[in-house]
Design a protein around this ligand. Structure first.
Ligand code: CAA
Length: 263
């Protein structure tokens, strides 16, 4: 089964199309070593390609303490510049950008360094009241290397991102919500229930419409307004080639729930 093919993550796919990937190295606070990277990336690509199995993917951490406390410092400690450069260290995470299905980060504790960056690769961040976010790389004599210097300023603005990245300070869930890093904070014991609720709701919608909406919002983070508006318009127009558009609008007019073919 899918589950047995991984050793550092646990994968569960429910019949409603909600998949949960749990990073399972609680003894190392779910630090992201290269095996975790390759397993998360392969699991997401697999689930993304299998229409029938998953419609939304939740990523969370096992145990009570951490979502992920960063890249694995013990693995990185002895890396040389040549290893980092020739091995394209941490580039594997870039592949997650090709995932069309929504990714929800259910942040159950520390999301530090690469853990915060992984959460920011997701489309929605839900935080437990126990969550803490930060980019402490500077305290280790390095800088963020999984997108932190690019995604954090886009999420929270330049000044706040600078302060976090240059001080290495952690912020709590409530502040992460206030500055727009996380979408919501919820009581710790309700985190997964809330994540499932959001995911299950998204999973009731048309798969291609959800993918188009996600892609348009993702594009807004990298291009000018004019280019983004043209991109959105083309994606909007192309919705009218979907069976799901015909069905969704017919169902509204006929006052009945839509039955998506996801085509
Ligand atoms: N890598 C490897 N191991 C880690 C780890 C990490 N990022 N974070 C925690 N661990 C390990 C600890 O070494 C410890 O292992 P041992 O029991 O074998 O000693 C175990 O997890 C438990 O951690 P602590 O004893 O430190 O737990 P704590 O409650 O005292 O502190 C913490 C928690 C504040 C999160 C602390 O563990 C910490 O500061 N972790 C490192 C956070 C960090 O600097 N992350 C950035 C990593 S670099 C990076 O991510 C680069 C990038 O941009 C991609």
């Amino acid at each position: 089964s899918l589950r047995q093919s991984f050793s550092t993550i646990d994968v569960d796919v429910a019949s409603n199309g909600v998949a949960v990937l749990t990073i399972d190295r609680p003894q190392a606070l779910n630090a992201l070593n290269s095996k975790v990277m390759s397993e998360i990336v392969s699991a997401c690509l697999y689930l993304d390609r299998n229409h029938a199995t998953a419609k939304v993917i939740i990523i969370t951490g096992s145990g009570d303490k951490a979502f992920a406390a960063g890249a694995d410092i013990k693995e990185l400690a002895s890396v040389s510049y040549a290893d980092a450069y020739h091995g394209s260290m941490l580039n594997g995470w870039e592949t997650l950008r090709s995932v069309r299905k929504p990714l929800i980060a259910a942040v159950n504790g520390y999301a530090l360094g690469g853990g915060c960056e992984l959460a920011m690769m997701c489309d929605i961040i839900l935080a437990s009241e126990r969550a803490q976010f930060g980019q402490p790389e500077i305290t280790l004599g390095v800088i963020p290397g999984m997108g932190g210097t690019q995604r954090l300023p886009r999420a929270v603005g330049r000044s706040r991102a600078m302060e976090l990245i240059l001080t290495g300070d952690f912020i709590k869930a409530e502040e992460a919500v206030r500055i727009g890093l996380a979408s919501r904070a919820v009581p710790h014991d309700q985190l997964m229930e809330e994540a499932h609720k959001v995911a299950a709701k998204i999973a009731t919608h048309s798969v291609p419409a959800v993918a188009k909406a996600k892609e348009c919002v993702a594009v807004s983070q990298e291009v000018s307004l004019g280019e983004g508006l043209r991109f959105e318009k083309r994606e909007f127009w192309s919705c009218f080639a979907l069976e799901d558009q015909k069905e969704g609008m017919a169902a509204f007019v006929q006052k009945r729930p839509p039955v998506w073919s996801h085509k």
